[in-house]
Every structure is written in C-alpha cells, then in structure tokens.
Design a protein around this ligand. Structure first.
Ligand SMILES: [Zn+2]
Length: 263
C-alpha cells in the first residue's frame, strides 16, 4: 500500500499500490513527473510532497484505470493522443470496474510519438509501443538508467492483449520492431513495469523482470503465433467471460490474446 515511496535511483522513486500496481516519480531540477499512479488506493500527493516541493505533473503509460486511479489529484495529465481519442469508449468498458474519482477532462493533455518532457536536469523520452492499447508507451530517462514499461510488454508474466481496444498482433509486431530499434540504446537500463510484483523476486526461480530481451522474445512470439507454428492454450481471463482467450509463451515473453487478433 501507499505508505511511502521507495527510492530506486537518485531521481527515481517507486510507489507500490494495491493489486500489484506500480507507479514511479521522477524528480528533475524544475519539476517532477509521476509516471502512472496505480489504483489510487490512498491520496498520492502527500507522498509526492514528502519527496519534493516542485510542481508535479502526471504522465500516463496508457489509459487503463489501474494506472491512473489518482489522476484527479493532478492539474496536468499527459496521455498519448491515440489513447486520449478512445478514452471515452475505454471508460465506458473499463471504468465501471476501475473508477477514477475526480478526473477532469480539462486536465488531460495529448502528446505524440516523439514527445520529450524536460524536467530540468533530466528528460523523459517517449518510446511508443502500441498494442496493449493503441497509445501505449514506454518512457526512458536521458541521464539516469531507468525505463518505464507500463503494460506494453507486461511486467514479467504476460502482456494482456485480450482487452477491448487492444490492437491485432500484426500491428503489435510492427510496433515491437520499431520499439526494439529505438530501445537498443536502453538495454542496460533498469526496466520498471506497471505491475512490478509480477517479475518475481530477484535470485528466486522464475524471476523475470521486463527488459529488452522480453521485447525481443515478444517479437518472436508474435511471429510464431502469426505463422501458426505456435497456438496458445485456453486460459481464463476475467475480461473475456466468453472463455475464448489463449495464452502462449516464447522465451521470456508471454501473451494472453484472442484468436481474432491473429487476423
Ligand atoms: Zn493496461
């Protein structure tokens, strides 16, 4: 729960929220940026104020309510333009499950694929990776070795593609190929997922944190699924009560998807 934030790097803190959601705070010289908020289990701004008095904005990896439950506490909320375009429809489908109290439309500001957020002394670079949602993004810092993945490649378990508004696997594959070209420069960075507990414990069997290798294995997983050389096993997914979701793995990457996403 949100009793405190854990410092990971000199400018980076981690918040572990309920239901295994994670959010991160990056503190520059002139302003601070929250990357996602988690579910908003407790008021977030008092925790931010324990770390910095600087103005704080919110930058979202994507428009799922378990990543911006505390967005109502921020005066400026950055969301990729493709997710902002479908937010109303997403909310209709998803927000009955995950409400976001106090979010005001006038605080939402769109950004594009090549946006850079200058915090003074540190910059946040956008690495688009559409798939999980049309506007899903990964963010990388310019000076400190941190990459924030959201749900774009999962957090060590699977990437969940069997969701309303998720893209088909051909589009996800194209996005992965472009992302891997951009993300090669960040291979040695610490990659931080949107649900960090899913990575497991360092040093224990099954520990599988997000990293460049996961994206590379995900690309190969898409290729095998699209070629029909790998077929997933049926799996129960709460968002698919029809029972048609499938799960497949390749190397460090896993995915839950729907048969129609292969088309
Ligand atoms: Zn998500």
């Amino acid at each position: 729960m949100n009793t405190s934030m854990e410092q990971l790097q000199s400018r980076v803190w981690c918040l572990r929220d309920r239901d295994d959601c994670a959010a991160y705070l990056v503190v520059g010289d002139q302003k601070a940026m929250m990357i996602d908020t988690g579910m908003g289990a407790e008021p977030l701004m008092p925790l931010v104020r324990k770390i910095t008095p600087l103005p704080a904005e919110l930058l979202l990896t994507h428009a799922h309510g378990d990543h911006y439950g505390a967005a109502g506490e921020f005066g400026r909320v950055w969301l990729h333009e493709r997710d902002l375009a479908i937010l109303g429809d997403l909310e209709e489908v998803l927000l009955p499950r995950i409400p976001v109290p106090g979010l005001r439309r006038e605080t939402l500001v769109p950004f594009g694929d090549s946006a850079v957020f200058d915090l003074g002394g540190e910059c946040v670079h956008v690495l688009p990776l559409p798939g999980h949602t049309p506007g899903s993004c990964v963010f990388a810092l310019e000076n400190e070795p941190a990459v924030f993945c959201g749900d774009a490649i999962g957090s060590g378990n699977i990437v969940l593609m069997a969701l309303p508004f998720a893209l088909g696997l051909r589009e996800y594959r194209a996005g992965l190929a472009a992302f891997i070209r951009q993300a090669g420069a960040y291979g040695g960075f610490e990659w931080l997922g949107g649900h960090c507990g899913q990575a497991g414990e360092p040093g224990k069997p099954g520990y599988n944190p997000p990293r460049l290798q996961v994206a590379q294995d995900m690309l190969a997983l898409c290729d095998r699924l699209l070629a029909g050389t790998l077929i997933g096993e049926p799996v129960w997914e709460p968002m698919r009560p029809q029972g048609d979701a499938l799960r497949a793995y390749h190397g460090t990457a896993g995915m839950v998807y729907l048969p129609r996403q292969l088309g």
